[in-house]
Design a protein around this ligand. Sequence first.
Ligand code: DP6
Length: 328
Amino acid sequence: MSKRSARAIAPSNIALVKYWGKRDTKLNLPAAGSLSATLSSMYSETEVTFDETLSADQLIINGEAVSGAGLSKAVGLLNDVRRQSGEKHFARVESTNNFPTAAGLASSASGYAALAVAAAAAAGWRASTAQLSALARLGSGSACRSLIGGFAEWQTGSASDGSDSYAIQVAPAEHWPLKMYALVVTEGPKATSSTHGMMHTAASSPYYTAWIDSVARDLNDARAAIASRDFSALSEVAERSCLAMHAAMISARPSLVYWRPQTLAVIEQLKRLRAAGLSFFFTIDAGPHVKVFVPPETDPMVEGKLAELDGVRRVISAVVGPGARVVD
Ligand code: DP6
């Protein structure tokens, strides 16, 4: 009986210059570039086993069998691995996340990155990091950035097959190990998926083109801020990119609002902490939670202060860290 398996771990990532719009929805090719920080301690761990006794691919996330759109994306990715490696069998994929799934905490990014790395390793395909990043992108666009440690930039690319649309490293984690606190304000999954939300924004927001046009400058400014470890410059870019993305969503028709009242209440309270001297920036993805980045030298006591803010249910902390890898 032939069985080949491998296990991989992939961290989550949070975009500082956001991805919100596609030029190709099937291959997840972005309308513009994006730039993120890869986070230790929020990760997916995935085991892929190609097994000749299986009659179809199987996907199990946190102990539950997944069907529908989630399964078909994983199958698409596995098909690509079979095509590139010559592997003939179906696979059983078992994955766990150590943070809330589909709550705007980028579980799809870590999940598909871990799947790409584990599937390639199980099939014996010696893919390059760029190839693995492009493979992870097929599952979820932002997943291509979780392959890379530290700060990653997803290049838009121009090839119609997506072969040049993958993430590269802007700086390693040791260059600037920023700390991140995810302030969780609600539990449970989000109402509108990123995929659907960005298609709806592109189709109906009068601000969509302006949003896409703003990204190139934000990328330049973010790269420069990271190279010189200029925290206030990075803060300005990250907050304006996040707010411009949300402005485009909010102006879609009908309006797409991922924020909850607690989201704004937390931002208001954070501004008071800033006035009192705390150095930080916030960013928000397709969900209600507020992610706060602080410089590496920040007093760890700040976590307690953030946990006490009105509306915060719990805090998940992480540090900028390494990318996806195979584990024993
Ligand atoms: C707001 O990568 O989840 O987090 O490519 O459709 O799977 P799909 O979307 P996804 O979108 C992430 C959107 C974001 C911003 C970002 O991570 O850049």
